[in-house]
Design a protein around this ligand. Structure first.
Ligand code: DC
Length: 236
């Protein structure tokens, strides 16, 4: 695609396991844009909170987490071999650790804390200030970049999402259980869409894509076409 078109901001929001990151990553590569996985940032804060024992099944010490937010230094470092940027927490590569079911189980309560959101949104806006960014998450089109030129909202049947996630774990040779994954998907949908601060919503100017009955390639082609159309409009 022409590199002369003015750069735009592309927000990809939606439920968990709808293929957001896969599509966003590939789109960023195609357009030569920066890709930002904001879910990875909430997962990184969650990993930190677990490491510090601020959150367990029995308690959540929000006060300590909020007090120590500035000790959480996040960085994305591009991995040439993998073709995307990996998440680092205080200098340590945590890309694998943040994908565990343990982190998935605690991330939604962490993401309800307004101070955590404020801290991360500030970093996200800084990364995307010059446009040329594909950012995926839950509140990108609604809160982080409400002026994004292209907003996409991804949905899919929760059972299909859980099956896809199970397959991902199995492909990595990891042990996983459908019911545990399904419950996690449903629970996160509920917490993410009903929280008071920046809930997951489809904003009026977002284009919805239901990924239940299309494969990854079809999903990518739909998103790519939308991006191409938006870019064409910018130049005309
Ligand atoms: O995209 P993901 O599944 O890796 O995101 C993990 C969690 O982080 C998700 O359940 C809710 C939270 N999140 C959020 O609240 N806002 C974002 N912009 C991205 C993620």
């Amino acid at each position: 695609m022409s590199t002369n078109s003015p750069k735009i901001t592309i927000a990809i929001d939606g439920y968990s396991s709808t293929g957001k990151s896969t599509v966003a990553k590939r789109l960023a590569k195609e357009l030569n844009y920066i890709y930002v996985d904001t879910g990875a940032m909430y997962r990184a804060v969650t990993l930190y909170a677990l490491q510090q024992n601020y959150i367990t099944k029995k308690k959540f010490d929000k006060k300590s987490l909020i007090k120590n937010l500035s000790a959480i230094k996040l960085a994305f470092k591009y991995n040439k071999k993998l073709g995307f940027a990996e998440m680092f927490l205080n200098g340590k590569n945590i890309e694998e650790a943040i994908r565990s079911i343990r982190v998935s189980n605690f991330v939604s309560p962490i993401a309800t804390v307004p101070e955590v959101r404020k801290y991360l949104v500030k970093i996200q806006r800084k990364i995307g200030k010059d446009k040329g960014v594909v950012m995926d998450g839950r509140d990108i089109g609604s809160v982080v970049f409400p002026d994004a030129e292209l907003k996409i909202f991804l949905t899919a049947d929760p059972k299909i999402r859980a099956e896809r996630r199970l397959l991902e774990f199995q492909e990595k040779g990891l042990d996983a259980d459908f019911d545990i994954i399904y419950n996690n998907v449903v629970e996160r949908d509920e917490i993410d869409s009903t929280r008071a601060d920046s809930p997951l919503i489809k904003v009026a100017d977002a284009i919805e894509i239901d990924a239940s009955n299309i494969n990854k390639e079809e999903q990518f082609q739909q998103v790519l076409n939308l991006a191409k159309n938006t870019l064409t409009k910018q130049t005309s």
